[in-house]
Design a protein around this ligand. Structure first.
Ligand code: SIN
Ligand code: CO
Length: 390
């Protein structure tokens, strides 16, 4: 595949995979606003994985997969890992298998995600793939994600609707719209791509045996990020002080939490309000939250761990690359990897930002990292299996 810069282009260059729109035009007109169909967005698109590899992936313990089958009006949902027999057991039904996070298993899947580097990595959820037999689909629904649906093998018919009636069907194991009314029908062939904003109703039916790749962009709920901040503060903050009431006078109603008492507590809560508003706390919380791996994600430490000195020599000779599962982001001079802080010295931060942007760092760039403590932080990530030499 082409280099990242060519994939994303400058802000003012039309991008073939956006149908000739510049990234700016796409974002202004379509992103979070309205669908876009791009015919032949990826000419000769073979997809990062073959059908065989996709079905193998659904059999792995460390992959998150679902099998959705329909027989008449009866829908079933099963969670992986699956065996070959799981697929033959649904022979008489129309079935589809969906696998999340294919970028954890395939460098080519990451290369495909790099075409969307004009969108912050922090917004990326995953590259999902579905394999469907003819006639199969997951039913009409809405996603909370922005999604680019890229057709791989075969042909899929997408019915889409801007309807506001999002009531769900009862008695099915999936979130399915009860009253779907298709407004448009689009048949996507291999290499065609359809962008849908969050909340846009859609129903994909396989016209033939097909693989569909979904580039999904997460948008956390207010509830979820708020809880993340509160959890962060609970773990990170120790408040001093103690409740005091030297001005307390005898009370007539001892059962009451009276106004004076509530005022004293409010004074104590002010510290909490100040902490939740702190930019430093918010940034650190977001960095950890947005890089936090999903619960089923595990990293493998290297088989033979190099010493710190040997790691440095090897990295300066061969460069470094992030593990396929690693999430690495930066903000305000701070670096975050897989839910934790990476203490990079300020003088080295400009040399390490490209590792977060492009997922690899050239030998030349590694050699520019000057502070031993920055190298120690990279070495720690290496020993955890978060990044590799090469
Ligand atoms: C699929 O690929 O079958 C479903 C993708 C989606 O509707 O989001
Ligand atoms: Co969907």
């Amino acid at each position: 595949m082409k280099k990242t810069a060519q994939k994303t282009g400058g802000k003012n260059h039309g991008l073939a995979h956006l149908g000739g729109l510049t990234a700016t035009q796409f974002m202004r007109t379509h992103w979070q606003k309205k669908p876009l169909l791009i015919r032949n967005a990826f000419p000769d698109f073979a997809g990062p994985l073959t059908k065989h590899e996709v079905l193998e992936l659904a059999q792995r313990e460390d992959a998150e997969s679902r099998l959705i089958a329909r027989s008449g009006k009866e829908w079933t949902l099963q969670h992986g890992p699956f065996t070959r027999r799981s697929f033959s057991a649904v022979k008489r039904a129309e079935w589809t298998v969906l696998i999340q996070d294919t970028q954890h298993f395939s460098g080519e899947a990451h290369d495909l995600l790099a075409y969307f580097n004009f969108i912050p990595h922090a917004r990326v959820e995953d590259l999902m793939v579905s394999y469907a037999i003819p006639g199969a689909g997951v039913g009409p629904h809405v996603d909370t994600y922005d999604v680019f649906l890229l057709q791989g093998l075969g042909r899929r018919r997408w019915q889409i609707s801007s309807q506001q009636d999002l009531r769900l069907k009862q008695g099915v194991p999936l979130k399915m719209l009860a009253h779907f009314r298709a407004e448009q029908e689009l048949v996507l062939e291999t290499g065609d791509m359809l962008y849908l904003p969050p909340g846009y109703a859609h129903n994909g039916i396989a016209d033939s045996e097909c693989l569909t790749w979904s580039v999904g962009f997460r948008a956390p709920s207010q509830q979820e990020v708020s809880i993340a901040l509160l959890d962060y503060l609970r773990d990170e903050i120790a408040f001093g002080g103690q409740y005091r009431d030297p001005d307390l006078l005898p009370v007539a109603y001892p059962g009451e939490i009276n106004a004076a008492m509530r005022r004293r507590f409010a004074g104590m809560f002010k510290e909490v309000v100040r902490a939740t508003g702190s930019r430093a706390h918010q940034t650190r919380c977001l960095g950890r939250y947005l890089t936090d791996p999903k619960p089923h994600v595990f990293f493998d430490a290297p088989d033979a761990v190099l010493s710190m000195a040997a790691f440095r020599r090897a990295a300066c000779r061969r460069g470094i690359m992030l593990d396929l599962k690693t999430r690495f982001l930066y903000a305000d001079g701070l670096f975050f990897m897989n839910g934790g802080d990476v203490p990079i010295e300020v003088v080295d931060s400009r040399f390490l930002r490209p590792l977060a942007d492009a997922r690899t760092l050239t030998p030349h760039a590694v050699a520019l990292v000057s502070r031993p403590s920055s190298f120690a932080a990279l070495y720690g990530a290496y020993t955890n299996g978060y990044l590799h030499v090469g």
